[in-house]
Write a protein that binds this ligand. Structure first.
Ligand code: SAM
Length: 309
């Protein structure tokens, strides 16, 4: 793997942070902020995140005041490289915010802010591995899965992960793709409709139901007897301002166009004949500061009523 490719995904996740910050549903977030201290009582909050990437959700949990006391935060991801990038990213963020961060070996650290102390633990493990593990990790007050459940067969994994929650433990499941991808301005002709529909089909080919993860989670959690405290839209919306994209959002847009092109070229039968021209036009619009992009997502906060077994 060359250097550019190695840095590609962490850069994409860093660029995505600001877009997710705007998108996250504030009512769902506020309910989490109020419910977490109630579910932890006096003890430290214990948090498990799956698919944690470079650690941007940890940053929000700390910066946006969800924690009111000590906590342990277990960051897991199937990609060891992402967790290595997470260490670097979190160190930069802590320095920037003036937080005190002391590493205790490769896989743990202690973060102190003016108001909270968080033990960080990093573990390269897939959600499937964690779900299948017989050891006694947990129980957790909070399970976080952000922008990851549409990548995995969640019906096979979530029930077992949710058994690791404390009674009244919370599941904060966010940025779940929910069936709509829109590029603007409108593309002339029908080609884009086919491209987007083939793109959604390629998600389905990888994980059945993935293109409607948000809606499926509603019924799924209900059937599991999880109490859905709140749910709400968290759509991505990327627009230029005076023909310029904020932060690294032009990179993010190009990454989305690349992903659509690669999916349809390599993973979904013969590529549509209009694909290359479509990608070229959309990249040109990014360059010119003319492209807008929307993707529909759903956030959910659910609570485990009694021990799930
Ligand atoms: C779209 S990224 C989101 C990362 C992070 N939550 C964020 O929003 O910045 C998806 C993450 O899930 C991880 N991932 C993919 N499949 C996984 C699995 N089966 N178990 C755990 N993590 C997985 C990827 O390595 C990647 O870091």
């Amino acid at each position: 793997m060359d250097e550019i490719k190695e840095g590609f995904y962490p850069r994409y996740l860093a660029a995505k942070k600001g877009i997710d910050d705007r998108a996250l549903n504030r009512q769902v977030w506020e309910t989490l902020r109020q419910a977490l201290p109630q579910s932890t009582g006096r003890g430290p909050a214990t948090i498990l995140e799956i698919g944690a990437g470079i650690g941007t959700m940890l940053e929000r949990i700390v910066d946006w005041g969800v924690l009111t006391g000590p906590a342990t935060y277990l960051l897991t991801d199937s990609a060891r490289d992402h967790l290595r990038a997470a260490r670097r990213h979190i160190a930069e963020w802590a320095g920037h915010q003036g937080y005190d961060l002391v590493w205790q070996g490769e896989e743990s650290g202690l973060l102190r802010t003016a108001s909270v102390e968080v033990s960080l633990v990093f573990e390269a493990a897939s959600a499937e591995e964690l779900a299948g593990r017989a050891d006694t990790y947990g129980p957790f007050h909070l399970l976080i899965a952000h922008a990851v459940l549409d990548l995995i067969d969640f019906p096979a994994v979530l029930p077992r992960l949710l058994t690791r929650l404390e009674v009244k433990g919370l599941a904060y499941l966010t940025c779940n793709f929910d069936g709509d991808t829109v590029f603007l301005p409108e593309y002339h002709g029908d080609e884009e409709r086919e491209i987007i529909s083939r793109y959604h089909a390629s998600m389905e080919a990888r994980v059945s139901g993935a293109s409607h993860t948000g809606s499926r989670l509603v019924t799924f959690l209900h059937d599991l007897r999880m109490e859905i405290l709140v749910a709400g839209r968290s759509d991505w919306a990327v627009h230029p301002q005076n023909s310029v994209y904020p932060m690294d959002e032009a990179f993010f847009l190009n990454a989305i166009i690349d992903t659509v092109e690669q999916e349809l070229t390599h993973n979904s039968g013969p590529a549509p004949s209009a694909l290359a021209a479509w990608a070229k036009t959309r990249r040109w619009q990014v360059e010119a500061g003319e492209l807008s992009f929307l993707a529909r997502h759903l956030d959910l906060l659910a609570r485990s009523p009694t021990p799930l077994s």
